[in-house]
Design a protein around this ligand. Structure first.
Ligand code: KG4
Ligand code: ZN
Length: 334
């Protein structure tokens, strides 16, 4: 069973052999956080605590199993909201102790990467991963299971975060990313030009904060008129997607990359999916994108990552604790 309570979704899933999803229960807290325009950490932890037992039972019921059928527990141990993580980790440890099974902590970003391993046709190594979510924008080279090289990350805001903030300014519902994506479908992407940011020093870094400010300024300049929203969303989405894929051709060449993979909530973005497809066809490498339900937070991806760790002998005991700065694991050997 894989458990994720890192942010505002309570998810428990049952996965067989790290690959076959038997159930994937995701209980969203969107409704309550939307009242505040963003995730309220204290509310998130309380809701996780209320829901997690039901989510675990429901995951077992849908899989047609009972507790004793589980071989192991995998749980997100970080990064994430500390109070929220704590609920999942404590629950997983208690359950594991109760049924005398091993428990393993999983890095949340690593979990997102493993959303592309819940199928037969898995990414070939070295695989370049673009992990884009509400909290992360990272380029990670996966050399093997549990062996990663971090090539680039954002110097300021994450891509999902700027989608959400720009959408909020434009009065779109929470969480803004999917609504901005939808509005952009009806707009003209050439309406407004947002230049690619010049980033000094770090070679493969991203920066989205300036782009976010520019988009909001352009909206204000036009008197926050409703009839420009679709066009500004389209132009903004165009710029973010361009920047997200900017380094891919160079990195594929430089590291002999054999496959490219998208992961994280923003991998649900329509334009990003389409552009990544075009790019991979041009370069001549396969593209892996999880189905929509596995892009955003879910327990199945955590179970998949946990499975790979467990079969390599990595296991945590009752001392497993949350770690908001948890590094991407290096459990894949030399
Ligand atoms: O991976 P995820 O569920 O949670 C984190 O680990 O952060 O990602 C959530 C993020 C939110 O910022 C949400 O707005 C964004 O993913 N998102 C999208 C789309 N669907 C979800 N952003 C752009 N376009 C979408 N279609
Ligand atoms: Zn996530």
């Amino acid at each position: 069973m894989g458990i994720d309570t890192s942010c505002d979704d309570t998810s428990c899933a049952v996965v067989e052999d790290g690959k076959k999803i038997l159930s994937n229960v995701i209980s969203s807290q969107t409704e309550i956080h939307s009242l505040y325009g963003g995730v309220v950490p204290e509310i998130a932890s309380r809701k996780h605590l209320e829901i997690i037992g039901f989510a675990a039972n429901e995951a077992l019921r849908r899989a047609g199993l009972t507790l004793g059928d589980l071989d192991a527990l995998a749980v997100t141990a970080g990064p994430g909201l500390p109070g929220a993580l704590l609920v999942g980790v404590c629950y997983a440890k208690a359950l594991a102790a109760g049924i005398s099974r091993p428990v393993v902590g999983v890095n949340h970003v690593e979990g997102h990467i493993y959303a592309n391993f819940l199928k037969d046709d898995i990414p070939e190594f070295p695989c370049l991963n673009l992990v884009v979510s509400g909290g992360h924008t990272e380029l990670i080279l996966m050399v093997d299971h549990g062996r990663y090289v971090q090539l680039g990350e954002t110097l300021d805001d994450a891509a999902g975060e700027v989608f959400d903030k720009v959408a909020r300014e434009m009065g779109l519902p929470y969480p803004g990313g999917p609504y901005l994506d939808r509005a952009a479908e009806n707009g003209d992407p050439t309406f407004c030009k947002f230049p690619h940011p010049k980033i000094e020093g770090s070679k493969y870094a991203f920066s989205f904060s300036g782009l976010k400010t520019r988009a909001i300024q352009e909206f204000e300049k036009r008197g926050r008129r409703e009839d420009v929203i679709d066009h500004l969303c389209a132009s903004f989405r165009e710029a973010v997607v361009r920047d997200l894929l900017y380094y891919v051709p160079e990195l594929v060449n430089r590291y002999g990359v054999k496959s490219f993979a998208l992961a994280g909530g923003v991998a649900a973005n329509k334009l990003l999916r389409a552009r990544a497809k075009e790019l991979c066809t041009q370069i001549g490498i396969p593209l892996h994108i999880p189905p929509l339900v596995l892009c955003t937070d879910n327990g199945a991806m955590i179970a998949s990552a946990g499975y790979q760790k467990l079969i390599r002998g990595f296991c945590d005991g009752p001392n497993l604790s949350i770690d908001s700065d948890l590094e991407l694991g290096s459990w894949g050997g030399e």
